[in-house]
Design a protein. Structure first.
Length: 101
């Protein structure tokens, strides 16, 4: 959970970065640990690499996970279409005149 690395991070540092109270942060870290997403080590908290799909199944939120995933994929496809449109030739004044007739 180290800000830019996999280094262990104290709960106080996580709380500071997340703009949360230390109590709320510790509670959240314990929840993440119970789900196999974080681990407390002697040097601090570390994030664990566990697929969110597994956590969704474990918590009974698979339908929500799949819906969110589909939504994100659709948004990503829309964004890719916008980016692809940037490489199209620019419209000219003549193109605009014909479009409004």
């Amino acid at each position: 959970m180290g800000r830019w690395s996999g280094a262990p991070t104290s709960a106080a540092d996580v709380a500071h970065e997340a703009l949360l109270s230390r109590t709320s942060t510790v509670e959240a870290l314990r929840t993440l640990a119970a789900l196999g997403l974080a681990e407390r080590t002697p040097d601090g908290w570390m994030s664990l690499d566990r697929p969110l799909s597994e956590v969704a199944i474990q918590t009974g939120a698979e339908d929500d996970y799949q819906a969110t995933l589909a939504e994100h994929r659709a948004e990503r496809a829309d964004w890719h279409a916008v980016i692809a449109s940037w490489s199209l030739p620019a419209a000219t004044d003549d193109d605009r005149t014909h479009a409004y007739r």
